[in-house]
Design a protein around this ligand. Structure first.
Ligand code: MEV
Length: 304
């Protein structure tokens, strides 16, 4: 059996704004999806997803859990037949940690290796982006790019700039609200505000500015500045309506516990936040405020 795995991610800056071409900064993290793939007799594609407690055939017209739509679409993209896939994931679903991109990129790599399709990292990132768009309707290239390449990345779809940054790994702690958010709903909500109000368009542009200054702060190793910019970014995401009382409570608990900065990561509407600080400082305050803390480090490798 061939195995492949790909990491999840956190946004340090720029989610939602990146959908409109603004820059974002996102880091791959050491939570992974692993895919095992082997050839089987016949033309069907059979999947065992242990975390979802689901197994069965996926093919045109077959009903699968939403999370497996990405696997189904990735399988179609590389025209795979006669394959059995085993999926195991450490990444909570619908949490803003990029589980759908990780499962997509890992599936593409496993099938490419198994069937000799010769996909490069870049191919896995861009094909993965098309898969996400096909399933979600709209998606920026951030999640699949970061999952494919690993590290801390600047992604600016508007200018076509994609760059792995040469920076020290920032100390990160993730906190999970335990409630999952729908990316589609949150992205639609922001689109409605943007279509209606110039002020919302300017908020989105300002988030892009935060990413630009954030890159300079990361490159200069100025973590205090990075943290302050993350706090501003969180406030602007709240202004765009994607926070929840639970998320904001945890963000404030982390700041009071000593985080240099804390913000939503990903689409919001539930899910996770990311704090800049140490596990020793932040584990207890996050737990005390009702969240589940996750100690994470930056994954420099990407898909393998
Ligand atoms: C989702 O992880 C992040 C969003 O910016 C959507 C996207 O980039 O596709 C909300």
């Amino acid at each position: 059996m061939i195995t492949s795995s790909a990491p999840g991610k956190v946004f340090l800056f720029g989610e939602h704004a990146v959908v409109y071409g603004e820059p974002a900064v996102a880091a791959a993290i050491d939570l992974r999806v692993e895919i095992g793939a082997e050839e089987i007799e016949g033309s069907s594609v059979y999947v065992e997803a242990r975390d979802l407690d689901w197994s069965g055939e996926i093919g045109p017209g077959s009903g699968v859990p939403e999370e497996l739509e990405y696997v189904k679409e990735a399988t179609r993209a590389v025209e795979a037949e006669g394959v059995r896939l085993e999926i195991e994931s450490e990444i909570p679903v619908g949490s803003g940690l990029g589980s759908s991109a990780a499962v997509t990129v890992a599936t593409l790599k496993a099938l490419s290796d198994l069937l000799g399709r010769g996909l490069t990292r870049r191919d896995a990132a861009s094909m993965g982006h098309q898969v996400e768009r096909a399933v979600q309707g709209s998606a920026s290239p951030t999640d699949t790019y970061v999952s494919a390449f690993g590290g801390v990345n600047l992604v600016e779809p508007g200018s076509g700039r994609f760059e792995k940054l040469e920076v020290e790994d920032p100390p990160l702690v993730v906190g999970d609200t335990g409630a999952s958010g729908s990316t589609w709903e949150q992205v639609s909500g922001v689109r409605r505000l943007r279509d209606r109000y110039g002020a919302a368009r300017r908020v989105i542009e300002t988030i892009g500015d935060l990413s630009r200054v954030g890159v300079e702060a990361l490159e200069g190793g100025d973590l205090e500045c990075v943290g302050e910019l993350m706090d501003i970014n969180h406030g602007l995401l709240e202004a765009l309506g994607v926070s929840t009382p639970g998320l904001s409570r945890l963000v404030h608990a982390a700041r009071e516990g000593g985080a240099l900065g804390a913000k939503i990561t990903g689409a919001g509407g539930g899910g996770c936040f990311v704090a800049l600080g140490s596990w020793g400082d932040l584990e207890t305050p996050i737990r005390g405020a009702g969240g589940s803390p996750l100690g994470v480090t930056v994954d420099g490798e990407g898909v393998r």
